[in-house]
Design a protein around this ligand. Sequence first.
Ligand code: ATP
Ligand code: MG
Ligand code: MG
Length: 387
Amino acid sequence: GATLGVLGGGQLGRMFAHAAQRMGYFTAVLDPDTDSPAGRVSHHHIHTDYDDVDGLARLAGLADAVTTEFENVPAPSLEHLAVARPVSPGASAIAIAQDRIAEKAHFTRCGVPCAPYAVIETAAQLAAVEDSLLPGILKTARLGYDGKGQQRVKTRAELVDAWQATGCVPCVLEKMLPLEFECSVILARSRDGQIVHFPPQRNLHRDGILAVTEVHPQNMPKTVAQGAVNSAKSIANGLGYVGVLCVEFFALADGSLVVNEMAPRPHNSGHYTMEACDVSQFELQVRTLAGLPLAAPRQHSPAIMLNLLGDLWFTAEGGDKPVSPRWSDVLALPGVHLHLYGKIDPRRGRKMGHLTLTGATLEAVRATASQAALLLGLPAVTTADLA
Ligand code: ATP
Ligand code: MG
Ligand code: MG
């Protein structure tokens, strides 16, 4: 049988491997960790760094095509692999998604507006920042995720300190916008340029980390949803993108939409697609990689996804020792789908798993989400958060 390879062994790679195996493929994972969530469920696991040419050669020897679940894979490694095997998404798209400066330039080229920002790579650029960008968020151009690498700054003095604190690495300063809500669009684009997409997801972040995703046509204006889909398509077409792409947006009070960032892979806000849609984001990743036809996905149930962070493993009684939450009460609720990623060392702020809640109506799903949150001690998910 054919083997599909993936660079990165985290939960996204694990769910990719599950989808690939269901469709009859063998999987090969390359990850420096000896015990990774995806490595553990794959047929082949190569433990090397992402830039190790021998490891890459072994992956190319095992896999018929290679994708990535981790956007910080060095672009030269993807180019190296692409000589031997189809690699999607390609190195040039990943290189742009890895760097907020290149990413924002791409959005602008595609005619999709982003928050007002300034590039800060030099002391002169720091000094030239306009007052209108404050208060703002200083984001390192590379390597940030879950709000890491970001500092909120109110004054010029705070901005100067914040840039120094990064070690003066390339950054962008973004104006802090008053967000009405956040949403994201996940699409898949084939080698011949066909695009299919999921309905836009409405996302709630807490402390810079995705906490809740709700997907139902009633939870955002149609014009906003259509605008987000059109912008995501322009961005993918502009990259000549092949694979699954997620684009995150901010919706503002005046009904306008600005793009935040993109992820060149399946996304946490699309995990609900496994149970609430007839084709999941991971199956679409398999299809784009294997050159299989894409079919437009249909959401057949309203859905809410609740992220399960490591914090849940640390309770007052448990002290410093992680204790697994009791899942039985939550699993007794209707329409609860529990996903745990098999990470052996829970840490606060670390994504350990998620719950997807499905039901006949949005009201029913919201009621189940509230009960699940209460049982687990998660902050309440209110209608004001999501409606
Ligand atoms: P991810 O895990 O999604 O890759 P990240 O570390 O790349 O996260 P961003 O998506 O840039 O971070 O920002 C994280 C969150 O911070 C956003 O989802 C939003 O809630 C908030 N945020 C970021 N930029 C702005 C802004 N310009 N104005 C207001 N809020 C913002
Ligand atoms: Mg990001
Ligand atoms: Mg983000």
